[in-house]
Design a protein around this ligand. Structure first.
Ligand SMILES: NC(=O)C1=CN([C@@H]2O[C@H](COP(=O)(O)OP(=O)(O)OC[C@H]3O[C@@H](n4cnc5c(N)ncnc54)[C@H](OP(=O)(O)O)[C@@H]3O)[C@@H](O)[C@H]2O)[C@@H](O)CC1
Ligand SMILES: [K+]
Length: 458
C-alpha cells in the first residue's frame, strides 16, 4: 500500500523518533537519499552543475546537506538563499565541502527546490517566483514537496514549483497522490527514514494489495456462490451504454450477469455476451449509464431489492438521502456538481474536499473520476487510483467501470474495496489495452482478465 499521511501525523512520528536518535540524524538520512536521487537523475556527478534554492527552514537544511554530499562527489553546487535565515549547520557544511553561495547563478543542469516543505503555506513569495522564472526549463528535484502546494489538501492556491521528481521522506504526503498537486510532484521517490506512522487517511492500492483483496473462486465454487450482478443500463436511445456496462460486469470476476432493460438492447447484449441471462435474483446492481428518462425508475427498482448498488451517470441525479442500500456513486466532476450544487471548477480544484464531503453527505462511497480517481468512504478514508493512461479518457470507459465495480460488489467486496479495486483494475486494463496508443472502452473491458492475470496470487 502506498500511504499518505498528514503533516500533523508526520510531525508527531518525527518527534517520537528524534527523541531516540542523535541530533540531526534524520536530516542526514533525508539528505543522503536526496543526493542519491539527484545523481540518479543527472546520470553522473563530476562536473555537473546543481543549484539549490534554499528557504528558511529544515527543508532548506535538507537541500544544503545534500548539496554538501554532491559537492564532495565533484558536482559544482551553488546555493541561492531566498531568506535571510538559512539552516546554519547545513550552510556551514556546504561551504566546507566546496559549495558556493550565490545571488546570480549560471544556468545549472538541475535545480533542487528546498524553498519550503511540510512547514510551508500554499503559494510562493515573490523572490521565489522570480528565481524560478529565471530558471524556466531547468528540471527541478523538489525536496519533500514541490514548494507552494497544499501539502494536506492536494490543492494549488497560487504559484508553486512543478517538479520532475520529488524526493520525500518517511511517508508520502497527500499532495503527492491527490490532484492537482500530484501533477506538480512529478515522479515521487520515497526515502525511508524510519518513521513509525499510524493509519493513513489517504492511500493508493499497489498490485499486491489488489491481489490480496481480489475475490477468487474457492475450489468448491459454483456460479451462484461467486455472486450474480444485475445491470440496468442502456436504453433504445443509448444501447451502447448497456453493452459496455455488461462488458465490464462480464469480465469473469463474479459468477453470472443478468441484464434487465429495453428488449432490443437485451437482444444485442445476448448477441455480444451469450452467457448473460435475464431478470432474477442478484447480489448487486449496476444502474444508470445510458438510462436516459428511465434512469429514475430503474434506480428505484434496483434499490427496492435491498442489495449493494452502483449508481452511475443518469441515475445519479435521482439519488436521495438516505440511500437504503450500501452504494457506490460514480460521478465525474460535472455530475457531482449537478448533484451537490457545487461549482464544477471548484470540484476540479479541490477534488479531495468534494469527494469526502459528498461521501459524508450521501452516506455512500463516492468515486470521483479524474486523472487520479478518488474513492471516498463516508468515514473520511480515501483511496487514490494511480493506474491508467490519458488514452482512457474515451467514451464508454465509465460504463465499463460501473459494470466492473458491480461484479466485485456481487462477489462480496465492500463498496469501498469494490470501488477502489475496480478502479485500479480498470486503469491497469486500459494501460494493457493501450500499449501506449489509443484505446476503446470495449478493448478496456476485454483486457480486464489479462490485468487480473498480471497480479501475483493473493
Ligand atoms: N518531519 C520529518 O520527519 C523530517 C523533516 N525534514 C525536513 O524538514 C522539513 C520541514 O521543515 P520546517 O518545519 O522547518 O519547515 P519548512 O517547510 O522548511 O519551512 C518552514 C518555514 O518556511 C517559511 N515559509 C512558510 N511558507 C512559505 C512560503 N509559502 N514561501 C516561503 N517561505 C515560507 C516559514 O518561515 P518564515 O520565513 O515565515 O519565517 C516557515 O517557518 C520537511 O519538509 C523536510 O524537508 C527532514 O529533514 C527529516 C525528517
Ligand atoms: K520543497
Amino acid at each position: 500500500m502506498r500511504r499518505a499521511h498528514t503533516v500533523e501525523q508526520v510531525r508527531a512520528a518525527e518527534a517520537d523518533l528524534m527523541a531516540r536518535l542523535p541530533e540531526g540524524a534524520l536530516m542526514q538520512r533525508a539528505a543522503a537519499g536526496l543526493a542519491y536521487a539527484v545523481v540518479d537523475l543527472l546520470g553522473s556527478a563530476y562536473g555537473r552543475r546543481v543549484l539549490l534554492l534554499v528557504g528558511s527552514g529544515d527543508n532548506g537544511g535538507d537541500a544544503l546537506y545534500a548539496g554538501a554530499l554532491l559537492a564532495r562527489r565533484g558536482v559544482q553546487v551553488e546555493a541561492w538563499l531566498l531568506s535571510e535565515h538559512a539552516h546554519p549547520g547545513g550552510l556551514a557544511t556546504l561551504k566546507q565541502a566546496g559549495g558556493r553561495v550565490t545571488g546570480r547563478p549560471g544556468r545549472p543542469d538541475l535545480v533542487v527546490d528546498g524553498i519550503v516543505g511540510i512547514g510551508g503555506r500554499p503559494g510562493l513569495r515573490p523572490e521565489a517566483v522570480a528565481a524560478l522564472r529565471s530558471l524556466d526549463g531547468v528540471p527541478v528535484v523538489a525536496v519533500d514537496t514541490p514548494s507552494g502546494v497544499g501539502v494536506d489538501t492536494g490543492e494549488l492556491d497560487g504559484p508553486h514549483v512543478t517538479a520532475a521528481v520529488t524526493v520525500t521522506f518517511g511517508t508520502h504526503k497527500i499532495a503527492h497522490l491527490v490532484d492537482p498537486a500530484a501533477r506538480a510532484s512529478g515522479a515521487v521517490h520515497l526515502v525511508d527514514i524510519g518513521l513509525d506512522l499510524p493509519e493513513a487517511p489517504v492511500e493508493a492500492l499497489q498490485p499486491d494489495d489488489v491481489a490480496a483483496l481480489l475475490p477468487r473462486p474457492r475450489p468448491d465454487a459454483q456460479k451462484y456462490t461467486r455472486g450474480v450482478v444485475g445491470v440496468r443500463a442502456g436504453s433504445a436511445e443509448y444501447p451502447g451504454a448497456g453493452l459496455l456496462s455488461v462488458a465490464g460486469a462480464a469480465s469473469g470476476l463474479c459468477g453470472m450477469v443478468r441484464y434487465v432493460g429495453d428488449d432490443a438492447v437485451a437482444d444485442r447484449v445476448r448477441e455480444a455476451h451469450p452467457e448473460v441471462v435475464g431478470a432474477g435474483r442478484v447480489q448487486a446492481w449496476v444502474v444508470g449509464s445510458g438510462g436516459g428518462k428511465h434512469a429514475g425508475d430503474e434506480l428505484a427498482a434496483a434499490l427496492a431489492d435491498g442489495v449493494p448498488t452502483v449508481v452511475d451517470a443518469d441515475a445519479l441525479r435521482h439519488v436521495r438521502v438516505p440511500i437504503a442500500v450500501p452504494a457506490v456513486l460514480t460521478p465525474h466532476a460535472g455530475e457531482l456538481a449537478a448533484m451537490t450544487g457545487a461549482d464544477r471548477g471548484d470540484i476540479e480544484a479541490r477534488p479531495l474536499h468534494h469527494a469526502r464531503s459528498a461521501a459524508a453527505a450521501y452516506g455512500a462511497v463516492v468515486l470521483l473520476k479524474g486523472r487520479h480517481t478518488l474513492i471516498a468512504a463516508p468515514d473520511g478514508r480515501v483511496r487514490v487510483t494511480t493506474t491508467g493512461t490519458p488514452w482512457l479518457a474515451t467514451a464508454g470507459a465509465g460504463d465499463v467501470l460501473g459494470g466492473l465495480i458491480g461484479s466485485l460488489l456481487a462477489a462480496g467486496l465492500t463498496p469501498y474495496d469494490a470501488a477502489s479495486v475496480g478502479s485500479w483494475l480498470h486503469g491497469a486494463a486500459a494501460t494493457l489495452a493501450s500499449g501506449g496508443g489509443p484505446v476503446t472502452a470495449g478493448a478496456v473491458a476485454a483486457s480486464i482478465p489479462a490485468a487480473v492475470r498480471g497480479l501475483a496470487d493473493g
